[in-house]
Design a protein around this ligand. Structure first.
Ligand SMILES: C[S@@+](CC[C@H](N)C(=O)[O-])C[C@H]1O[C@@H](n2cnc3c(N)ncnc32)[C@H](O)[C@@H]1O
Length: 626
């Protein structure tokens, strides 16, 4: 059974979900078709398991049912229970795509290609549908969707319960063929987001969804017909398994009951918006879209919308050969006495020369990042940061000799680990001579005004230029800032200004990135920072400060800068002289600021005024949908 659980992904669907899905698709089918004779409707369950879907399909009065199941252990019980169903104990992926159906429904097996490469290789070898649609990083159930689409009659419906990650995945993540196939041949007509509840007891933490696809008629393709997408969000939160409340959600959906735990709306995204290479952010109600548009109206430069990527290159911090060797811990491999520093070589502490001391940099982990700043006391050690390009010598041997001469103790320290460092470089197919330097993160490529490529050394930027940075895993908008020396490893992303964008207003931008407005955009656009930061770069619009011209707006911007500067310097008190001008312009906001003690809330309030929004609107939408 365990083996089957893994290979065949035998997690069976709870009865109430199968019942819901069958009734739900029947409702959709009846409302979109004239067919009155239920015996004429051909239904397919591609992976029957113990038959929970078949049970409810029969229960709803359907008679023309075909089902596949690969597990021979299920053959006898299925045959005994469902003698009138056309049961096929063979691989569904080998079935004939010319055998067409009106409805396809089920819970296909989920299995990631990454960890099961061999199973996928066999499938590709044996089945043409798998050859046609194989993509690295895909999931097994994608094949079931592909073949399902091929086996649908025009106008026919397919409803599956699956994990929901494929919807939000964008480029290069296994959906390269799935999304184009769906968008070309089908309409997505219903999406039920179950990510807030746990539906499979044995798959804790999994995020699931139920969706319905409708196969397009040729005419609809030619006329480029568009269709709306019905969205249902189960709002309950906390992703705990609770069968009773889960069951109630599904009966409420079917009975069209109003429930505080359910949200039903038509997505502001319609089928024509489903760009095949992007994440599909279907949870996008119209009222959220209006607010996003309003914000984006202030983010236009020469008429076109500007995003973070137009101003910044976002890059990870440093990748070292081995953090434990390159980051020195005080009182372990490093001693500091007054302004002298000593490094441990062969069990003796040796004094560093002045130039060497310059090359030890305070290193921070992403957990210290706070909005507007960072926790200075929590640095994790001193990084040995030698610059590969300091001695402009193409000969690596010579370059290392110069480095050893100028930094004798730092290089001697690293040489103690030479074998280990060389091994790591060799395994990574990198130059084994480069044991003194960071592997990545000390240079970025920039393009000058004539689009010429050039490499920029980041050391002076890490050392003293203004920097905005954020954690590589985060659901919220917490952007740190400093002008001081700040080095970090790859768990931190840095925003590096693009060439020619030097006139950016750092304090204003920092305030904006940490504001409630960007918090709202994170939710509205479903932005989560994980390994991929592209969503952030391409989805966070950047306000054009020159669009705000009135004395009132300029005063708001000035105050945003003032409070932001205070926050970056951890100042709490307000200099009321700063507010005198505001008092003349708007006594109302003036008194609101005096009443509000928290500088972050004051900044939020100022932004809301600046963007001509209503505070309650944002709170209301955040509360309602997220
Ligand atoms: C996630 S379970 C769901 C079973 C059933 N539809 C349900 O909802 O309870 C997937 C089922 O698909 C079967 N299966 C896996 N790969 C299959 C394939 N290529 N063809 C047919 N059935 C398959 C497994 O044995 C398993 O019973």
């Amino acid at each position: 059974m365990d083996l089957n659980k893994n290979r065949l992904s035998q997690i069976f669907t709870p009865d109430y979900i199968a019942e819901f899905m069958v009734k739900n698709i029947k409702q959709y089918y009846i409302s979109t078709h004239n067919e009155s004779n239920i015996n004429e409707i051909k239904i397919l369950e591609p992976c029957a398991g113990e038959g929970v879907f078949i049970e409810h399909i029969l229960g709803e009065g359907f008679t023309d049912i075909t089902a596949y199941e690969l597990d021979q252990n299920l053959k006898i019980p299925l045959l005994e229970s469902y003698p009138n169903v056309e049961l096929k104990f063979e691989n569904f992926l080998g079935s004939d795509s010319n055998e067409k159906f009106d409805i396809i429904i089920g819970n296909p097996p989920y299995l990631g290609q990454n960890y099961n490469a061999q199973i996928f290789q066999e499938l590709v070898k044996n089945y043409s549908v798998c050859r046609k649609y194989f993509v690295g990083n895909m999931d097994l159930f994608y094949f079931f969707i592909h073949l399902g689409i091929e086996k649908l009659k025009p106008g026919g419906l397919l409803s599956f319960i699956t994990t929901n990650y494929w919807l939000t995945k964008s480029k290069k993540t296994g959906i390269t063929l799935l999304k184009p196939h769906i968008a070309k041949d089908c309409f997505l007509i219903q999406y039920i987001d179950l990510s807030n509840i746990n539906v499979f007891k044995d798959a804790k933490g999994q995020h699931n969804c139920i969706f319905i696809l409708q196969k397009k008629h040729e005419k609809e393709k030619q006329k480029k017909v568009d269709k709306l997408i019905d969205v249902i969000q189960v709002k309950q939160g906390n992703n705990q398994f609770n069968e009773k409340s889960n069951e109630k959600f599904f009966t409420d959906i079917l009975n069209n009951e109003n429930s505080p735990h359910l949200l039903k709306y038509q997505s502001a995204i319609t089928n024509k918006d489903l760009i095949t290479s992007n994440g599909w952010n279907l949870k996008y109600p119209l009222d959220v879209k209006y607010l996003v548009k309003k914000i984006e109206n202030y983010c236009r430069f020469n008429g076109s919308k500007s995003y973070l990527t137009d101003f910044f290159v976002i890059r990870n911090g440093l990748i070292l050969i081995k953090d434990e060797i390159f980051v020195l811990k005080e009182n372990e491999s490093l001693k500091i006495v007054d302004s002298d520093m000593f490094i441990k070589i062969d069990n003796t502490f040796v004094k560093l020369n002045d130039e060497e001391k310059q090359k030890l940099k305070k290193m921070f982990k992403s957990k210290v990042i706070e909005p507007f700043s960072y926790d200075k006391s929590e640095f994790s050690g001193y990084l040995i940061y030698l610059d590969k390009n300091e001695f402009k010598n193409k000969n690596l041997k010579k370059r290392n000799e110069f480095t050893e001469k100028k930094y004798p103790n730092l290089t001697a320290y690293l040489n103690q680990f030479r074998g280990e460092l060389e091994n790591i470089l060799r395994n990574a197919k990198e130059n084994v001579k480069d044991i003194y330097f960071p592997r990545r993160g000390s240079l970025i490529t920039q393009f000058d005004i004539e689009h010429k490529r050039k490499l920029v050394n980041l050391e002076p930027y890490y050392d003293k230029e203004p920097k905005i940075f954020f954690s590589y895993i985060s659901k919220s908008n917490a952007f740190g800032y400093t002008k001081d020396s700040y080095y970090a490893t790859s768990d931190t992303y840095f925003l590096w200004l693009r060439e020619g964008k030097n006139d950016i207003d750092y304090l204003f931008l920092l305030a904006y990135l940490n504001s409630k407005i960007v918090k709202f955009l994170f939710k509205a656009k479903n932005i989560m920072i994980k390994r991929s930061k592209t969503k952030l770069e391409e989805e966070i619009p950047i306000p054009n400060i020159s669009l705000f011209r009135s004395p009132y707006h300029l005063e708001l911007i000035d105050l945003i800068r003032y409070f932001t500067l205070n926050l970056t310097q951890n100042k709490v008190s307000i200099d009321t002289n700063k507010l005198l001008k505001l008092r003349e312009i708007s006594s109302n906001i003036y008194s609101q600021i005096l009443n509000e003690k928290n500088p972050q809330s004051i900044i939020d309030m100022l932004f809301i005024r600046l963007f001509d929004l209503v505070d309650k609107d944002i709170d209301f939408l955040l509360e309602k949908y997220y």
